[in-house]
Design a binder for this molecule. Structure first.
Ligand SMILES: [Fe+2]
Length: 248
């Protein structure tokens, strides 16, 4: 062993056991309604892989975006029925529920006021932001969600590059009561090296409340499978802070 390898920090560990996460809370598995699963066959293959990886339940979260994916609770829930019917036809059991990933746009506030959001569990709402800049109504939307009895979960906070040089913004969001859901595959560098670094910092500062796959297709689950050996994946799983299990 050379002197450098002696000092080199180990980045890889034995694969973490995903059955301890129990519930995945971010994925796109309802066929044909967003950029995730295209057919019911895709949905089944993805759910099978989730089960093999050790998950007990998947709460899938189709995109709701005014300009691209005008999904309503009815569309999402009838898609969920289709998936459940196919699961029982194939006699294959993994629990599946559906909520949504709400893009913070001009129509979201109306949906909040009408209390027509699909929540994870009783009250958690998964929402995402534009990747170019934080929207002007960010804090208002958070406040409105809370006033209407929802608890906001920000999807993949590590991916918003406009906060990389203003890390305090994360603390501001946390002070407002926003929970954070990390995409586990960010830790592999899948999105970018900067996203990976930011994800690691969020874990180091103990700011992550949920982990999720953000699975759109099988390749994402293969990346997730590889992420299991990463030191930072172990670190977030062992943080004692993750709330995924509470949604079982
Ligand atoms: Fe997503």
């Amino acid at each position: 062993m050379g002197i450098f390898s002696f000092f080199k920090k180990k980045e890889h560990l034995p694969p973490a056991d995903l059955s301890q996460v129990q519930v995945d809370i971010h994925s796109h598995l309802i066929p044909g309604i967003d950029d995730g699963a295209k057919t019911i066959k895709d949905s089944m293959l993805l759910l099978q892989r989730f089960a093999e990886l050790g998950y007990k339940k998947v709460i899938t979260t189709p995109h709701v975006m005014s300009d691209f994916y005008r999904n309503t609770p009815e569309i999402i829930l009838s898609g969920l029925d289709k998936v459940r019917n196919e699961l029982s036809k194939q006699n294959f059991s993994i629990e599946i529920e559906a909520a949504a990933e709400y893009y913070l746009d001009y129509e979201l506030e109306k949906k909040i006021e009408r209390k027509e959001l699909l929540a994870l569990g009783e009250k958690y709402v998964l929402f995402e932001l534009p990747f170019v800049a934080a929207p002007d109504n960010l804090y208002k939307a958070i406040f409105d969600m809370q006033m209407n009895g929802y608890i906001p979960i920000l999807a993949h906070p590590e991916r918003y590059s406009y906060w990389y040089r203003s890390f305090d913004s994360y603390y501001e969001l946390k002070e407002k009561g926003v929970l954070f859901q990390l995409n586990a595959i960010s830790l592999t560098g899948h999105y970018s090296p900067e996203t990976k670094k930011n994800a690691e910092r969020l874990i180091d500062e103990n700011l992550i409340d949920f982990v999720g796959s953000d699975c759109h297709h099988l390749h994402h689950l293969e990346i997730l499978n590889n992420a299991r050996t990463l030191k930072y994946f172990h670190k977030v799983l062992e943080s004692g802070k993750l709330k995924n299990k509470t949604l079982l």
